[in-house]
Design a protein around this ligand. Structure first.
Ligand code: ZN
Ligand code: ZN
Length: 369
């Protein structure tokens, strides 16, 4: 399969730039630059106008840019020349009047330096122009996401079949990361959350010293990063001992909420309505105040990307979007249950890309003897 078409991505962004009412856009968001050029390094900005496309970088990346972005114009700045000055020179040369910048990816310091140097152009704040394009994944991107899912799923299989009561959360994290790498991942898609019992009640806990045997409930939120930079994001809860009736109720409630929400995913569905479906199941079971986060999010080159499924989201699902659906119930000091899968919005409905079994019986794990 041929790789991404960066030229077509940039022409779509140029149309968005025009609609935003600026002549040119200066991109400083690392993943946005990667999405539009294929460049995988950092500290590099992209200037984009109708007449010019220029990567502004430094000598460390000269060879890499030549390899990764053949044919693109590059401005390699001298070590004594700050980024703001180099960018200002490119802007002046292109005779830009209104220059858009990425408000989400430019620091206040960078902005004021740029403002001082680019006297000829007016700086206009923009948000989400490239991120909006990244919401819809093309065929090549879907292959990359499927690969990251494969690596994550093979990785958790290794953890599951080698689970021992004397393992700590950190041991499991290590096993998981190593296993994903052995199946081709360049690393985890983000720092995996491995939480035994009460640790799992903290939605973003770090893996610590707690032993698996300390509680019958183990929560793992993990994903892989494929060599292309695309990621996956899943959560499963494993039952490693005798559980209480409450634990069972919480598990079944979260699963029901997740299934109902996934069933509602299709083009035209409002993100906030999908969120509301899951939230209703959880509040009907009496756990409303224990589900504090949004239902899910887009992902790709970044683990959290545009398309937010939350009560305040104004977005509508479109074919090609890939989102997580991850309701959870967290009982402070006791345990947490979250079940997370990756869903592709198709032309007619959706496809669940992840395939780790999630029924209660599937969650029950035997320790390695
Ligand atoms: Zn996750
Ligand atoms: Zn997630």
């Amino acid at each position: 399969m041929s790789g991404p078409n960066y030229t077509s991505r940039r022409s779509r962004l140029l149309r968005a730039i025009k609609t935003a009412g600026v002549d040119a856009l200066l991109l400083s968001g690392e993943s946005n630059v990667r999405y539009l050029t294929g460049f995988t390094g950092d500290s590099t900005w992209l200037f984009l106008s109708k007449t010019a496309t220029v990567l502004i970088s430094d000598s460390r990346y000269e060879t890499q840019i030549a390899n990764e972005c053949p044919g693109l114009d590059v401005d390699i700045r001298d070590a004594r020349k700050p980024m703001s000055v180099a960018a200002a020179d490119v802007v002046k040369k292109a005779k830009v009047r209104q220059l858009g910048f990425e408000a989400d990816h430019l620091t206040v310091t960078q902005h004021s330096a740029l403002h001082q140097k680019v006297e000829s152009a007016e700086l206009v704040s923009t948000t989400g122009l490239a991120e909006r394009l990244r919401e819809i994944k093309d065929k090549w991107e879907l292959v990359q996401i499927r690969e990251a899912i494969y690596q994550a799923e093979r990785g958790i299989g290794v953890v599951r079949s080698s689970l021992r009561p004397d393992q700590t959360e950190r041991d499991i994290r290590y096993t998981l990361e190593a296993a994903m790498r052995s199946f081709g991942a360049t690393g985890p898609g983000f720092e995996p959350i491995v939480g035994v019992g009460p640790t799992g009640a903290l939605p973003h806990a770090h893996a610590g010293d707690r032993l698996v045997s300390e509680s019958p409930i183990l929560l793992i939120d993990w994903g892989a990063e494929a060599p292309s930079g695309y990621r996956s994001d899943l959560t499963r809860v494993f039952v490693t001992g005798r559980i209480t009736r409450q634990m069972r109720t919480v598990y079944e409630t979260v699963l029901k909420a997740q299934k109902k929400a996934i069933a509602a995913i299709k083009p035209g569905a409002k993100c906030r309505s999908v969120d509301a479906i899951a939230r209703r199941v959880i509040s009907n079971a009496g756990f409303e105040k224990y589900f504090g986060h949004g239902l899910g999010h887009g992902f790709g080159l970044d683990i959290h990307e545009s398309v937010r499924m939350s009560p305040i989201s104004k977005q509508v699902l479109e074919p090609g979007m890939v989102v997580t659906v991850e309701p959870g119930i967290y009982l402070p000091g006791k345990f947490g249950v979250r079940i997370e899968d990756d869903i592709l919005v198709t032309n007619t409905g959706h496809e669940v890309l992840t395939s780790v079994p999630r029924e209660f019986d599937d969650a029950v794990v035997e320790f390695l003897a």
